[in-house]
Design a protein around this ligand. Structure first.
Ligand SMILES: [Ca+2]
Ligand SMILES: [Ca+2]
Ligand SMILES: [Ca+2]
Length: 272
């Protein structure tokens, strides 16, 4: 049997209290659906000319995609601060893109959050080429995107998981895994919801990478075309952002408990 002094008893008591409070805090925090809010933002629609996505070899003055966002077509959308949720953080992001293109396998699309995290939504689906703008690795899928069939990118685990959303790398396949024809429309004869591309060389394929961030500020959609012939246009995109409150009570208790334990621990060491 251990002899426990009054100091140790207080320490054990504080630790036990912390465990209890943290447990309750964890339970509260593990229910993000309670008290979460979903905010939706739509970008300003672009004219045909303003939404033209650069196709390589278009001529003097053009900048070919080289794998950097600086060489991609970009469209910025402001997610303005909502004072009601100023300190809430991202729990989920879904993005819908309305565009047209006559060869989806040419496309690389990325989304950058307000704090600068870049996620690759799709990288030349059907092509094993690297994410560097080179036209190597074979042609991708030849099916088309049209304005009437927007495509949604999501890795929300709460969405139907049976079957799970297909990877955007398979966006040009029908339900049987067969390539769509070159004049078929993605989302018309196959699904219009996809998980971000897991094929990307950049390894940035999860929208959950935004979780825990503040949403306020400029979000940027980037698009690039890595193969000559066939091009397209962006018209509009939208963000569905789920926010949850920062788990303040549990966080504060955790910090307080940590401080108490450290103080007592250091105090004991100093007396030895
Ligand atoms: Ca690919
Ligand atoms: Ca086509
Ligand atoms: Ca092209």
């Amino acid at each position: 049997m251990f002899n426990v002094g009054s100091g140790e008893k207080k320490l054990i008591g504080a630790a036990a209290l912390c465990v209890v409070v943290v447990l309750f805090g964890t339970i509260a925090v593990s229910q993000p659906a309670q008290g979460s809010v979903i905010l939706t933002y739509n970008s300003t629609p672009l004219s045909e000319a303003a939404g033209a996505i650069h196709d390589p070899f278009l001529g003097p003055g053009s900048v070919d995609y080289n794998g950097t966002t600086a060489t991609m077509f970009d469209d910025v959308m402001v997610v303005a601060l909502d004072p009601t949720y100023a300190t809430w953080v991202i729990a989920n992001v879904i993005v819908e893109i309305t565009m047209e293109h006559s060869f989806i396998g040419d496309l690389t699309i990325k989304l950058e959050s307000a704090v600068g995290t870049v996620v690759t939504l799709v990288n030349r689906p059907g092509s094993g080429g690297p994410d560097n703008g080179s036209n190597s690795g074979g042609a991708g899928y030849s099916a088309n995107l049209i304005y009437d069939y927007p495509i949604t990118y999501s890795d929300d685990p709460a969405l139907p998981a049976d079957p799970p959303l297909p990877s955007a790398e398979d966006i040009g396949l029908d339900g049987l895994g067969v390539s769509l024809a070159s004049d078929d429309v993605v989302g018309q004869s196959n699904g219009d919801w996809y998980q971000p591309d897991k094929d990307t060389a950049a390894g940035e394929g999860l929208l959950s990478a935004f979780d825990g961030q503040l949403a306020w500020g400029d979000w940027t959609l980037y698009l690039a075309d890595s193969a000559a012939f066939d091009d397209g246009h962006l018209r509009q995109w939208s963000l569905r952002i789920e926010l949850v409150p920062i788990p303040e009570p549990a966080t504060i208790v955790l910090l307080l408990c940590g401080g108490v334990m450290m103080t007592r621990h250091n105090g004991r060491r100093r007396r030895v």
